[in-house]
Design a protein. Structure first.
Length: 201
């Protein structure tokens, strides 16, 4: 019997969410093909260094769209994630890969409309029509909070200190930006949960 094609193009940045998703999909039997998007981010060197240290060598696509987001350094960049997915989907189609994976998490869609599990389910349908071939976007973390993802990372043996969440470039994460603070809060909440589990064990 022919084995099912479980190749998946995984959009990965080096952050806790995408790296956890990458290893989670491997555990579920998928053949993970890491894809990194260069959209002109300041932390690209730091993220790529993180992925290299983890033994992950991604295919790199450029998708800067500077002609659209002129002088827009902050705030919402509309449909940027959709552009990343469409470009990756074209590559996946040409490389016999029926799945994409995006590391959106619970609540992301409230801030970034095109970073939501339900949104990507609809995009899957559009891609399938546009390619005349089934294309499925996996969002295994869509219903999980940062704290839940941290606990999951711990469960699968990923040291989240080896991932990169900081908005600023450098050899070490700043610990002060919004992303770092969100990570530190998740660490504290995860530790509290672990302590409670031990108390009632």
């Amino acid at each position: 019997m022919r084995k099912p094609n479980k190749r998946v193009a995984v959009l990965i940045s080096g952050g806790m969410d995408s790296v956890t998703m990458y290893y989670l999909l491997q555990r579920k039997g998928y053949e993970t093909l890491p894809i990194y998007i260069d959209y002109g981010q300041r932390v690209m060197v730091s993220e790529m260094r993180t992925l290299t240290a983890l033994g992950i060598t991604p295919t790199v696509f450029e998708c800067k769209m500077e002609d659209v987001y002129i002088n827009r350094f902050r705030g919402l960049k509309p449909l940027r994630n959709l552009m990343f997915v469409v470009k990756t989907a074209a590559w996946a189609y040409l490389n016999r890969t029926p799945y994409l994976a995006v590391g959106c998490t619970k609540g992301d869609g409230a801030l970034i409309p095109d970073m939501d599990g339900e949104f990507f389910a609809k995009v899957s349908d559009v891609l399938t029509v546009g390619l005349a071939k089934k294309m499925t976007i996996l969002t295994p973390l869509a219903n999980k909070t940062k704290t839940e993802i941290m606990l999951l990372a711990n469960k699968i043996g990923l040291d989240i200190r080896r991932t990169w969440s900081c908005f600023l470039p450098g050899k070490e994460q700043c610990g002060k930006c919004k992303s770092c603070k969100r990570m530190l809060n998740a660490i504290e909440e995860a530790q509290q949960i672990k302590r409670k589990v031990k108390e009632y064990a």
